[in-house]
Every structure is written in structure tokens, then in C-alpha cells.
Design a protein around this ligand. Structure first.
Ligand SMILES: [Zn+2]
Length: 261
């Protein structure tokens, strides 16, 4: 099942029982430069606006804000198991988030997993039987830290076969707009080879984060036909997305969400 634009959001429905959705900047209440659907409390936006925006994003799938669980994202490789007892953590600033993690897995029907994005790859995971689901935040650091591999291994430890895992790679900064230097080249080449890295000149490369993650997922047993890629570059579409690089770091955050439906 491919990613689809549905009004102000982009959805991915890998099974009858699990739905993932990703915000655009449309449909929110925030003022410039966070216009309009900024979903982060940590970028300088007005808290009342962000809370209302988050409420709207959850309401799109008929869920209350209290179901949302969000982490403190640190561009690492840690994947954390989320249980029903975590419901609501990180939904607003005065309720602390799950500490220092960029990966969530759960089987809790009452939970909506959420994270913030503004160029990094949202990686949605679903088991075809509709029980387990997950969400990862993978920029070049998370990709190099093998967060996708760790998540798949943790699902396998819980009895999920790799051929039963569906993966959705959401909107991110594309190779068209993402130039990296030698240190990043070295780290990505070490885990994914040179295929995701296209030379620009002697010291710069264009990095395809979708391809890097696809290759690493296939290497741990995910079938190529079970990986869907959203055809959007965040930097190429200022009308649809915030982009940390394009907007010179002062910008909002999109939200990626996944839950049982
Ligand atoms: Zn682009």
C-alpha cells in the first residue's frame, strides 16, 4: 500500500488494522514562521497553538490527545518498547516525554506513537497481522546508528517474521536537496555502501536517506516489495513541508503518527 495524500495529511495504511499519518504544514493554527501546522513545543512557537495543532492531528483519526506518546528525540539508535502505561507521555510540555530515544515499538491498542520531523526520515513499521507497530526517526545519525536494523531485530525477538513486516518511509529531505561532507559520507558508507551517495565534487555527496534505509532493511530480511516510499522531498515543497535545512533552522516540525485502527 502506497503513501497517499488525503487532504492536509499523507497517510500510509499497511494493513486493515494499522494506520500511519504524516502532517503537512496545512490545517493548523500557528503563525509564521511556524505556519500553520507546527507540532513541536521546542521551536519557539506559542504553546496554545501547538497543543491545538496536536489535538487536531489526533482527531483526524478519531483519537484524543491523551492517547499520544512522544519521545525526547536525540538522533540516536535506541529503540524503546512502549506499553499502555506510557499513554499520554510527552503529549504536552508539562508531562515528560519518553527520555532519549528515536525509536518506538508497541502492541498497545490505546497508544498513538508520535514523533517530530523536519527533514529526517519517518520510518513506520507494521506487522501484517496487525498487532505490532512502530515509528522511527532516522536522519543520517540514526541511519548510521542502525536504528532500522535494531527495530526489526526487536520485532523478531517478539516472534514477528521479517517477511510479515511492512515498512513505510515517509517524506524527508531528498537527494535532490541533501548534500553531505566527508564525515557523513564515511559513516553512511560503513553501514549502507556507496549506492546512496552520489558524488557532487571531490568532497561532497548527495545522500539518499530513503535508499540507505531501504538497503539496510533489506539486509535484515525485509522484502523489497514490502517497503513503501513517500515521493516527497521536504525541502522541495515549501507549500507542504517545513525543512530544517531549507529554512535555515528556524522552522516548525511535522508530526508522524501510527496506531491501531
Ligand atoms: Zn528536494
Amino acid at each position: 500500500m502506497a503513501f497517499q495524500r488525503e487532504g492536509s495529511i499523507i497517510t500510509w495504511r499497511p494493513t486493515d488494522h494499522i494506520t500511519a499519518w504524516f502532517s503537512t504544514r496545512l490545517g493548523g493554527t500557528s503563525l509564521p514562521p511556524f505556519d500553520t501546522m507546527n507540532l513541536s513545543f521546542g521551536v519557539g512557537d506559542v504553546s496554545v497553538s501547538v497543543k491545538e495543532n496536536r489535538r487536531r492531528m489526533l482527531a483526524l483519526m478519531g483519537r484524543p490527545l491523551d492517547d499520544l506518546v512522544m519521545p525526547h528525540q536525540v538522533h540516536g539508535g535506541t529503540v524503546t518498547w512502549i506499553s499502555a502505561a506510557d499513554r499520554g507521555r510527552g503529549r504536552v510540555p508539562d508531562v515528560p516525554p519518553i527520555p532519549a530515544t528515536d525509536g518506538f515499538l508497541t502492541d498497545a491498542a490505546e497508544i498513538v506513537l508520535g514523533m517530530g520531523f523536519a527533514d529526517c526520515v519517518p520510518i513506520f513499521l507494521a506487522d501484517v497481522k496487525g498487532r505490532f507497530f512502530g515509528l522511527l526517526h532516522a536522519g543520517w545519525r540514526g541511519t548510521a546508528a542502525k536504528i532500522q536494523e535494531t527495530a526489526v531485530q526487536q520485532l523478531m525477538q517478539r516472534g514477528v517474521l521479517p517477511e510479515d513486516i511492512r515498512v513505510g518511509l515517509g517524506p524527508r529531505i531528498g537527494p535532490c536537496c541533501y548534500e553531505v561532507d566527508q564525515p557523513v559520507y564515511d559513516r553512511i558508507r560503513a553501514v549502507a555502501g556507496t549506492a546512496p551517495l552520489t558524488p557532487v565534487d571531490a568532497r561532497h555527496w548527495r545522500l539518499d536517506l530513503h535508499l540507505a534505509n531501504r538497503l539496510m532493511l533489506e539486509a535484515v530480511g525485509i522484502l523489497p516489495e514490502h517497503i513503501d516510499e513517500a515521493p516527497y522531498c521536504t525541502a522541495c515543497h515549501p507549500e507542504l513541508f517545513f525543512s530544517y535545512r531549507r529554512d535555515h533552522h528556524v522552522t516548525g516540525r511535522m508530526g508522524g503518527y501510527i496506531c491501531r485502527t
